[in-house]
Write a protein that binds this ligand. Structure first.
Ligand code: AMP
Length: 283
């Protein structure tokens, strides 16, 4: 696996490979890699003949500086994991390489109401940081295909909007969420959970599944309220949201269109052990 730290060097290498006719698959990450990340690399490898993974903990997307400081950093272990799935290139830029301005230049991009709902509402500025860094990474890697986890469902929608707005010739491939045995979605943040909290956090996917199974047979509002009450009635949880949305654009679901044959997604965010977890399930 080749390693690049500099944008211009990566760009030159990718250009030369594109001239040879290579198809470039890209998996952006913030490191502390787990099997969920590796499943994206494996998928990218099966559909492209040059796969780039990036590891960059992007300071501009952390609305809580504490969260940024505590984010796990383990480059050598990550690098070995990437080698184990035959990743071709690791792009590992410094903060200074990605942001020339020491105050970190976030360029506002209009992502519409996605910025003010769910994660956008709970983490002000988060998605502006995400689109800023993703556009910079796209310019560095120039991929044909980008592989994104559906675990970060709203993030996929935001990046779709970025690609549409900027007319970027990049295809998004949304990949399924890998889970622990108890259903807990794999996440780099899980390593900050105690063993007991990891067990308790299995409740998230249990309730998302409960919604999925019962939605068609009962009033959707009642089902969502029932699932929410499991978290609000237990002091170990600090529930931020558990909401049903239209899967296509995350707009609100109204009773009127409920019987239409369109997709839905139920999305969760909440804290346990002081660690913020998100998850979702398409219905
Ligand atoms: P992160 O390092 O958290 O920024 O995640 C990098 C990519 O991996 C994103 O596209 C995530 O959605 C994806 N990802 C994170 N967790 C999982 C998981 N459990 N299963 C599949 N993909 C995931």
């Amino acid at each position: 696996m080749l390693r690049f730290n500099k944008v211009v060097e990566l760009q030159a290498y990718i250009q030369s490979k594109k001239l040879e006719g290579r198809n470039i698959g890209f998996v952006p990450t913030m490191g502390a890699l787990h099997d969920g990340h590796l499943s994206l690399i494996i998928k990218a490898k099966s559909e492209n003949n040059l796969v780039v993974a990036s590891i960059f903990i992007n300071p501009t997307q952390f609305n809580d500086p504490n969260d940024f400081d505590k984010y796990p950093r383990m480059i050598e272990e990550d690098s070995q994991k990437l080698e184990s799935v035959d990743c071709d290139i690791l792009f590992l830029p410094s903060v200074e390489e990605m942001y020339q301005n020491p105050l970190l230049n976030v360029v506002p991009i209009d992502i519409g109401y996605l910025d003010s709902i769910l994660e956008g509402a709970k983490r002000p500025g988060h998605y502006q940081g995400v689109v800023t860094i993703v556009e910079k990474l796209f310019i560095a890697v120039q991929p044909h295909n980008v592989y994104l986890g559906l675990k970060d469902y709203q993030q996929v929608k935001v990046i779709e909007k970025l690609i549409l707005d900027k007319n970027l010739p990049i295809k998004i491939i949304g990949c399924p969420t890998l889970r622990e045995e108890n259903g807990l979605a794999m996440s780099s943040r899980n390593m900050r959970l105690s063993d007991q909290a990891k067990i308790n956090a299995g409740e998230i996917s249990k309730q998302l599944l409960f919604v999925k199974k019962n939605l068609c047979t009962s009033n959707p509002k009642d089902i969502i309220e029932k699932a929410k009450s499991v978290f609000t009635s237990n002091p170990i949880w600090d529930l931020e949201y558990l909401e049903l949305r239209n899967a296509k654009d995350l707009s609100e679901v109204s009773q009127k269109i409920w019987l239409d044959d369109i997709g839905y997604v139920v999305l969760f965010a909440g804290k346990i052990d002081g660690v913020r977890l998100i998850d979702n399930m398409e219905l």
